[in-house]
Design a protein around this ligand. Structure first.
Ligand code: TMP
Length: 209
C-alpha cells in the first residue's frame, strides 16, 4: 500500500448512515495493508476543532435548524474546514498519510445548500476560494431516512436535530445521491443497509484499486 500515500478520503451520508463505523473499519483495513492512516471528522477535527464544534452545536446546524441562516452556517462550516485542513488534513497528507474524514465539503453542499441552487453555487465558489481540494474518494453511505431515524433514536433516545430535519431527511438523502452521481470521478454511493463488514470490504476494495 506504499503507493497510496497522501490521499484524502471522505465518508458522507445522512446522520445515522453508519459513517463513523465505516471510517474506523476502512482505517483498520488500510493499516493492515501497510498504509499510514489517520481518521478525523467534521465539524470539529483539527487543533481546537472541538471549540468550533461546540460553537456550531450551540447555535446552529447541530441543534435545530433555523437559529442561524444557511449562509451563516455555510461560512462557519467552511471556516472550520479551513482550520481542519491547516491543522490536520494537509500536514498528514504531506507526510504521505491517508486521511479519512467523517464528513467534508459535500456535507455543506447538501445540508446548507439544500433546496437552494443559488446558495449551492456560492458554496461551491467559497469552497474553491478557501478550501481548494476535493477528496480522492468520497463514499456516500446511503440508507433510507426512516432507517436513519430509527438507528439514531435507538442510539441516543431521540435527536432534536434529526427530528428538526423531519421529512427533509429523505430529501437530504436524495441530494447526496444526486451529488454522488454528478461527481462520479470521485464519488461512490454505497448501500448502507447491509452488514457493516460487507460494506467495509466493498469500500476497501475500491480504495485498494
Ligand atoms: P455528525 O456528528 O453526524 O457528523 O453530525 C454533524 C452534523 O452537522 C450533521 O447533522 C450534519 C451537520 N453538518 C452540516 O450541516 N454541514 C457541514 O458542513 C458539516 C460538516 C456537518
Amino acid at each position: 500500500m506504499a503507493t497510496i500515500g497522501g490521499q484524502l478520503i471522505s465518508i458522507e451520508g445522512i446522520d445515522g448512515a453508519g459513517k463513523t463505523k465505516q471510517t474506523e473499519l476502512l482505517a483498520e483495513k488500510l493499516r493492515q495493508d501497510g498504509a499510514k492512516v489517520i481518521t478525523t471528522f467534521e465539524p470539529g477535527g483539527g487543533d481546537d476543532g472541538v471549540l468550533l464544534r461546540q460553537l456550531l452545536a450551540s447555535n446552529g446546524a447541530q441543534k435545530q435548524r433555523g437559529d442561524w441562516g444557511p449562509e451563516t452556517e455555510a461560512l462557519l462550516f467552511t471556516a472550520a474546514r479551513r482550520h481542519h485542513l491547516d491543522t490536520c488534513i494537509l500536514p498528514a497528507m504531506r507526510q504521505g498519510k491517508v486521511v479519512i474524514t467523517d464528513r467534508f465539503a459535500d456535507s455543506t453542499r447538501v445540508y446548507q445548500g439544500f433546496g437552494n441552487p443559488r446558495l449551492q453555487l456560492k458554496i461551491n465558489q467559497l469552497h474553491e476560494l478557501m478550501i481548494g481540494i476535493e477528496p480522492d474518494w468520497t463514499f456516500i453511505i446511503d440508507i433510507p431516512a426512516q432507517l436513519a431515524v430509527s438507528r439514531v433514536t435507538e442510539r441516543s433516545g431521540g435527536d432534536a436535530r434529526l427530528e428538526a430535519f423531519g421529512e427533509q431527511l429523505e430529501e437530504l438523502r436524495q441530494d447526496f445521491i444526486t451529488l454522488g452521481r454528478r461527481h462520479e470521478e470521485r464519488c461512490r454511493i454505497v448501500d448502507g443497509n447491509r452488514p457493516v463488514n460487507v460494506i467495509a470490504n466493498e469500500i476497501f476494495e475500491i480504495v485498494r484499486g
